[in-house]
Design a protein around this ligand. Structure first.
Ligand code: ADP
Ligand code: MG
Length: 326
């Protein structure tokens, strides 16, 4: 569990009622992100968790303006991200980076690792000559646990874990403040997942980085996150410290996600009570009124079918969107 003292840290990001809708055939609107509000402190790691299709990637991409927002705003270090002028946007695209889920698909197979890493340096003109360009590439390779010789090789010559290190190097070489880590370990062997998480944690400490760490499974974010946000069908269901979320989950959806994590002790595993999540996430097109989780929630009552619950602070620093949690 992350144990940083962030009590005096300022917000690096403030996300207010952020929305991203997609127009999909027949005039239908798909509400991938449907009004989320939260903040991320400087130096903090916020985990963003939810089943596949809940809108995590869309949220991450909209946050750093890889997508235009349909509504709401993102304030980054005092700047309104979706209103930046050309110059402001260029600076922002250097300061806010993304590490992608699939280290196989996200690296151009025809480029050397050195050129992949240097691409951002080229775009932003962050060196005076080729010598400095290559020095930056070699230095960053070393920092992520690779070496100079790797710069001339192509992505297919690397293992999954090494490719993800290249993905980390590509983001880091621009000296960003904030990185959206979009399921950076989901595609990796379990045996190397911890190595990549440890690398990200070390880099955060050394460089004062701020992360949004996306995962579909709560077991993956526990270790790295200071706080965790649980998302379902485009909405934020629960947000609190990593400790509180594991020890005292309040939203039925969070409880169900936690139930899905196996407990290593077979005796406890056999006898514990489980909240099983049945069925898949429904379509985010034409969602019925009320709570988005209603059709999978065994506690749903009339009000849950009529009114959408808002995210409210039910205990200090513990936010939940559920009519049944008072
Ligand atoms: N470019 C797009 N156009 C249309 N629909 C999209 C697009 N990107 C994502 N979606 C839809 O938005 C929803 C959320 O997707 P995504 O953000 O990828 O979820 P997650 O990362 O949690 O798996 C899904 O229903 C997905 O099909
Ligand atoms: Mg995703």
């Amino acid at each position: 569990m992350a144990t940083k003292d962030l009590s005096k840290a300022k917000n690096l990001l403030e996300i207010r009622d952020l929305k991203k809708y997609f127009q999909v055939g027949k005039g239908q609107t798909l509400k991938a992100v449907d009004g989320i509000t939260f903040s991320i402190k400087k130096g903090e790691t916020v985990g963003l968790v939810g089943e596949s299709g809940c809108g995590k990637t869309t949220a991450g991409r909209t946050l750093i303006r890889l997508y235009e927002a349909t509504g709401g705003e993102v304030i980054f270090d005092g700047m309104n991200v979706h209103k930046l002028d050309k110059k402001g946007l260029k600076d922002f695209t250097r300061r806010a980076q993304m590490i992608y889920q699939d280290p196989y698909a996200s690296l151009n197979p025809r480029m050397t690792v050195g050129d992949i890493i240097a691409e951002g340096l080229d775009i932003h003109g962050l060196y005076k000559d080729n010598k400095e360009r290559m020095k930056k590439v070699y230095d960053i390779l070393q920092i992520v646990g690779l070496n100079k010789e790797h710069a001339n090789r192509f992505p297919h010559e690397f293992s999954g874990g090494q490719r993800q290190r290249v993905g980390v190097a590509r983001a880091l070489v621009l000296e960003p403040d904030f990185i959206v880590c979009d399921e950076p370990i989901s595609a990796l062997d379990v045996s190397i997942q911890a190595q990549v998480v440890n690398l990200l944690e070390d880099l955060q400490k050394e460089m004062g980085l701020t992360y949004l760490f996306i995962a579909h499974d709560l077991s993956m974010v526990k270790h790295i996150s200071d706080r965790i946000a649980v998302m379902y069908l485009g909405s934020m269901m629960e947000l609190t410290s990593s400790n509180a979320l594991y020890e005292e989950p309040l939203h039925p959806y969070t409880k169900a996600l936690l139930s899905a994590i196996p407990i290593p002790d077979p005796e406890i595993e056999r006898t514990r009570e489980r909240e099983i999540l049945k069925g898949d996430v429904p379509s985010p097109i034409n969602t019925p009124p009320g709570c988005k989780f209603q059709n999978r929630c065994k506690y749903a009552t009339d009000i849950c079918r009529k009114e959408a619950p808002v995210l409210k602070e039910v205990k200090p620093e513990h936010y939940v969107a559920c009519h049944l949690v008072k």
